[in-house]
Design a protein. Structure first.
Length: 210
């Protein structure tokens, strides 16, 4: 039986990366029983972020009241990430990027059949390698390595192609009542908010496809 999972996510959301891993664990558990197709949709945690991004320390201090509080939260995420095989390296990240172009690349990757690997590549580049995925050349290198056609990505970023995915993603989030990410919709019927445990996904799979 076929299942679809629509994921509303931002590539600078660490819980979205954790949620991806947990979803993958659930999908692996139903291998041979269900064919699961995952589609990624954009969400901007920082819709007013400058095009060039902002110092991560400055941004996180403003958001959480102090740099010490930000580091406490990072430590919590690092601990959870380790349990999922993700080695977060927040200390490598100097900037919090604008993610519009990253979402456009994810949109293009869907057309080229490599969306999931591109999403994985962007998560890894930002959270593990500390790369500034808001910087055009860095972004192109990351998505090309993940399987996206380099020339197609370059041409898209020179145009307005893919910009509509930002507005349609915003409309989708409003329609679904999404206030935070990750957010998952299974077979267009069952919604899950947050980086749920694999068993929660498995239960939702069974509900959606009894």
């Amino acid at each position: 039986m076929n299942l679809t999972v629509d994921v509303v996510s931002d590539v600078i959301c660490p819980w979205c990366y954790i949620g991806k891993r947990r979803l993958e664990t659930a999908i692996a558990a139903v291998d041979g029983q269900h064919e699961v197709r995952v589609h990624w949709h954009p969400f901007q945690l920082n819709p007013t972020m400058p095009k060039s991004g902002i110092s991560r320390k400055e941004y996180r201090t403003q958001k959480f009241g102090s740099w010490e509080r930000s580091m406490e939260l990072d430590a919590q995420v690092i601990a959870v990430g380790e349990s999922e095989g993700i080695h977060f390296a927040f200390d490598k990240s100097e900037r919090t990027p604008n993610t519009v172009d990253a979402h456009r690349c994810i949109w293009l990757a869907d057309q080229q059949g490599c969306q999931d690997t591109v999403v994985e590549g962007l998560f890894r580049a930002y959270f593990i390698d500390g790369k500034d995925i808001g910087k055009r050349q860095t972004l192109i290198e990351v998505v090309a390595e993940a399987g996206l056609d380099r020339q197609a990505a370059d041409a898209m970023l020179d145009s307005d192609d893919g910009m509509s995915v930002i507005s349609t993603g915003r409309e989708m989030s409003q329609r679904l009542g999404v206030t935070g990410v990750p957010f998952f919709v299974i077979n267009h019927t069952i919604s899950l908010s947050g980086a749920q445990a694999p068993q929660t996904f498995l239960d939702a799979f069974e509900q959606a496809n009894p």
